[in-house]
Ligand binder design. Structure first.
Ligand code: GLC
Ligand code: MG
Length: 519
């Protein structure tokens, strides 16, 4: 029997565009959709298969688009519906699919649904949000929002509290209400019918909340439980899986195939794997255990092994090292050491499965320190309780080393500072075969749809694995190492060159990776 061809997203490269920081076409200091269109040739040259656009829908921007006030339109500051249609068709002409960011856990408090909801106890949309009576004269329970403040706000009009897992201006939707399900099915169809290739689903582990609103139990403070509460009732509810089964059926009815990629913010591989269901929920789930791993051979290897063990048969893993919420990996993992950056990129692209690249990763860009007076993110500014100031990972893309870095018109102040990106731009790196950008491009070309992974024996501090047709030796030590490599072509993360060599022992320099491909 002939094997089914792998779906397009299995083993592909998805490029995350933080729209406001990619390219500003109209000189208002904010990146926009026409700006992305003008840079599609770069993305096609790089070889990416899809772009995921950070939120594009109208929003008062308390959380830069993650507070949606209209799910059926385009944010005027970013462009028009026609711009989005043109982006989809021009990207499509270059073989690139367009994914939107869908925010189903909460809306903006300025959404018409919430304005109606809060207007009276009996309003048509009252039950679209999570409302509760005061308890002992205070909040209904002990849940905390993303900033560490109580997750409940008292609304004087009706004397009840509403829930917000993020900002006060991001009321949580009530997924116990079937009307909310119906509305989101409509939203999904609306965009798929316009040619969108799928969605990155924001806070995919959220949606349902405990029906009894029980207190989250106390926990040790840590990445998974930043406010000393174990997040088991306020998010991560089992009922949420039914939503993805519902959406999967809907999405799988479309041709060509569409993709559901979840922001499954859970730190153990087993819960993450649960969002694939039995192959009937999300197609892909972001892997935060890997994202937050230490950058060391043993730690990464063990998370990858656990990931592939936990995934249901046939499920495709996802690897990413940066996003718009965290420190970029060249800073966080690599302390900006270019050898480590090259090694990290090599691992990200050679592991079997899909790679999500955050804009600028291909240049090896690290964080930009954003002084207090320039910070724009209310959720994390001025040291407000969230892991980092997120603005530092959201600064404009440097296209050229000139005034405005080719991001905006010369003389215009961008919405976030550029930082010092001299010598680091696309123009600086594009024609240099030894640049990080050239390495990234070569690595993207190695992507394949074979999802088999095998750990191979290696000296301490070296991680060797097989990934479909590839054999990778990654040296996470300060000393030279020797490993057996297959014959065929070999890509080195330090020199970026491809050589042909017979099978045999090869030297791996400190913080270098070798990738062998049998021919
Ligand atoms: C997700 C987004 C983040 C946003 C939050 C609330 O974690 O990635 O940027 O602030 O959800 O929507
Ligand atoms: Mg603009």
């Amino acid at each position: 029997m002939e094997a089914m061809p792998a779906p397009w997203w299995q083993g592909c490269t998805i490029y995350q565009v933080y729209v406001r920081s990619f390219r500003d076409s109209d000189g208002d200091g904010y990146g926009d959709l026409p700006g992305i269109i003008s840079r599609l040739d770069h993305l096609a040259w790089l070889g990416v298969d899809a772009v995921w656009l950070s939120p594009t829908m109208p929003s008062p921007d308390h959380d830069w688009g993650y507070d949606v006030s209209d799910y059926y339109s385009v944010h005027p500051e970013l462009g028009t519906m026609e711009d989005l249609d043109r982006l989809i068709s021009e990207a499509g002409a270059r073989g690139i699919r367009v994914l939107l960011d869908l925010v189903p856990n909460h809306s903006s408090s300025e959404h018409a649904w919430f304005i109606d909801s809060r207007s009276s106890l009996s309003s048509a949309h009252r039950d679209w949000y999570v409302w509760a009576d005061p308890k002992d004269g205070g909040a209904p329970n002990n849940w905390r929002d993303a900033t560490g403040d109580p997750a409940w706000t008292l609304d004087p009009t009706t004397g009840q509290y509403y829930l917000h897992n993020f900002l006060e201006s991001q009321p949580d939707l009530n997924w116990w209400n079937p009307a909310v399900h119906q509305e989101f099915q409509r939203i999904i169809k609306f965009w798929l019918d316009r040619g969108v290739a799928g969605f990155r689903i924001d806070v995919a582990h959220g949606l349902y909340k405990d029906a009894e609103l029980r207190d989250d139990p106390p926990a040790q403070i840590g990445a998974a439980n930043p406010h000393g509460l174990q997040v088991v009732y306020s998010k991560r509810r089992p009922e949420t899986h039914a939503v993805y089964r519902e959406w999967r059926r809907l999405v799988d009815a479309y041709q060509p195939e569409r993709l559901l990629l979840g922001e499954t913010w859970v730190l153990d591989p087993a819960s993450m794997a649960g969002y694939y269901g039995q192959g009937d929920e999300l197609h892909l789930a972001l892997n935060f255990a890997f994202f937050f791993s230490d950058f060391d051979a043993g730690a990464l290897r063990s998370i990858v092994e656990r990931t592939v063990d936990e995934l249901p048969a046939g499920a495709c893993p996802v690897w990413a090292g940066s996003n718009h919420d965290e420190s970029r990996f060249p800073t966080r993992w690599c302390a900006r050491d270019e050898r480590r950056i090259r090694l990290a990129l090599t691992v990200l692209f050679t592991l079997p499965g899909t790679t999500v690249l955050y804009y600028g990763d291909e240049l090896g860009l690290g964080d930009v320190e954003v002084p207090d007076q320039y910070q724009r993110d209310p959720m994390s500014w001025h040291g407000r309780a969230i892991r980092i100031n997120r603005d530092q990972a959201r600064t404009p893309m440097p296209w050229e080393s000139s005034d405005g870095y080719g991001f905006t018109v010369a003389g215009v102040t961008p919405w976030l500072p550029f930082g010092d990106r001299n010598g680091l731009s696309v123009a600086d790196q594009r024609d240099d075969p030894s640049s990080v950008l050239s390495l990234t491009r070569a690595l993207i070309a190695l992507k394949h749809s074979d999802i088999s992974y095998r750990t191979m024996p290696a000296p301490a501090g070296v991680w060797m694995y097989g990934s479909g047709p590839l054999t990778v030796g990654a040296n996470f030590t300060d000393t030279r190492q020797r490993v057996p490599m297959p014959g065929g072509s070999t890509l080195s993360s330090l020199t970026g060159v491809t050589t042909f060599s017979p099978a045999g022992e090869r030297v791996i320099e400190p913080w270098e990776a070798l990738v062998g491909r049998e021919t």
